[in-house]
Ligand binder design. Structure first.
Ligand code: ZN
Ligand code: ZN
Length: 266
C-alpha cells in the first residue's frame, strides 16, 4: 500500500534525527522521553494491544483541533470497543489534547500528519501502559479524489488520524447520513483494527480472507482489508460512506475475530 511505503521514509528520517539528537548530549534526563517504542511500523504492536503480556492498561490521547472534537458517544464507544477486544485488566484512560488549526487551504499528506503528531503528542508508553495517539483533523486527506474520500488512516504502530472535517462534510451534505457518531465510530474502530494487526499485518491470518482487488493505483498488492462484505475491515465499509446509512457501527466478521483471538485478543 502507498501509505506503508510513505511511512518507511518517515521512520527512516526519524531514526537519523533521533541518532543525531542523542549524539549532542545536551538533553536533560527529564526531557528525554523514549518515543521510539511508539514510532514503529503499523501492525508491530498488535499483540501489545491484544494481550496483557507487556501492557495491562491503555492511555488514549484524543487530540483534536478546536471545533473538531469527536462526540462523547464516539469516545465512550471506542473505550467499550477496546475493552471488548483487548486483554487489559487495568484501566483504559483518556487524555484530551487540543491541537492548533492546520492550514485550511491544504489537505494533509503523511509527512504533515507525522509532523503534527511529533509536535503535539504527549503520551508515550510508560511501564506497563500502552499509549495511543488519535488525531481528529480539521482538514482532509491529500488522497481524496472526487467522491472517494479517506475518513481515517492508521500509519504507525500506535498512531492514527481521523479526518473529522471530511466526516462532517459527508454528514452535512447527505441527508441520509444523520448519525455523526456512527461514522466516527466506524472510522475509529476500523483504524484500530489496523492497529490490532488486521488484515495479516501483525496479526496472522488463520484462513485467507485478505482483499486482493486492485489498489487505487492499479497494483494488486494486498491492501490489508478483509474480503468479507459488511465486515468492519471490508474496504467499502469505510470508503463508501453511503454504506453506513444503516445506523449501526460495523463489527468484525468471524474471520477477523478468529485472527485477533489467535493472536491473544478477546
Ligand atoms: Zn483500512
Ligand atoms: Zn473481516
Amino acid at each position: 500500500m502507498l501509505k506503508i511505503r510513505s511511512y518507511l521514509f518517515v521512520l527512516f528520517a526519524f531514526i537519523i534525527f533521533s541518532c543525531s539528537k542523542d549524539d549532542d548530549g545536551n538533553d536533560t534526563e527529564n526531557s528525554r522521553v523514549d518515543k521510539r517504542a511508539n514510532q514503529q511500523t503499523l501492525g508491530t504492536s498488535a499483540r501489545d494491544f491484544l494481550t496483557a503480556d507487556n501492557f495491562i492498561s491503555i492511555q488514549l490521547e484524543i487530540a483534536y483541533v478546536q471545533g473538531f472534537k469527536p462526540t462523547q458517544e464516539s469516545i465512550d464507544g471506542l473505550v467499550t470497543f477496546l475493552k471488548e477486544r483487548c486483554n487489559k485488566p487495568a484501566n483504559i484512560t483518556i487524555k484530551e489534547t487540543v491541537v492548533a488549526p492546520t492550514d485550511d487551504d491544504e489537505s494533509l499528506d503523511i509527512d504533515e500528519i507525522v509532523q503534527i503528531e511529533s509536535d503535539n503528542r504527549t503520551v508515550y508508553n510508560t511501564g506497563d501502559e500502552l499509549a495511543v495517539w488519535v488525531f481528529f483533523a480539521d482538514n482532509n486527506s491529500e488522497k481524496d479524489e472526487g467522491n472517494s474520500v479517506i475518513l481515517g488512516t492508521a500509519y504507525r504502530n500506535t498512531s492514527c488520524i481521523i479526518f473529522e472535517k471530511t466526516i462532517r462534510e459527508q454528514v452535512n451534505n447527505n441527508p441520509l447520513l444523520d448519525n455523526l457518531s456512527q461514522i466516527e465510530g466506524t472510522s475509529l474502530h476500523h483504524e484500530f483494527g489496523h492497529l490490532f494487526g488486521l488484515v495479516d499485518l501483525g496479526t496472522p491470518m488463520l484462513v485467507d480472507h485478505q482483499d486482493t482487488t486492485a489498489d487505487d493505483n492499479g497494483t494488486s498488492t494486498p491492501n490489508r482489508h478483509c474480503d468479507i462484505e459488511g465486515c468492519l475491515m471490508y474496504y467499502q465499509t469505510v470508503s463508501d460512506v453511503f454504506s453506513m446509512g444503516s445506523g449501526e457501527i460495523a463489527e468484525f466478521d468471524e474471520l477477523c475475530l478468529a485472527d485477533l483471538r489467535a493472536n491473544g485478543g478477546k
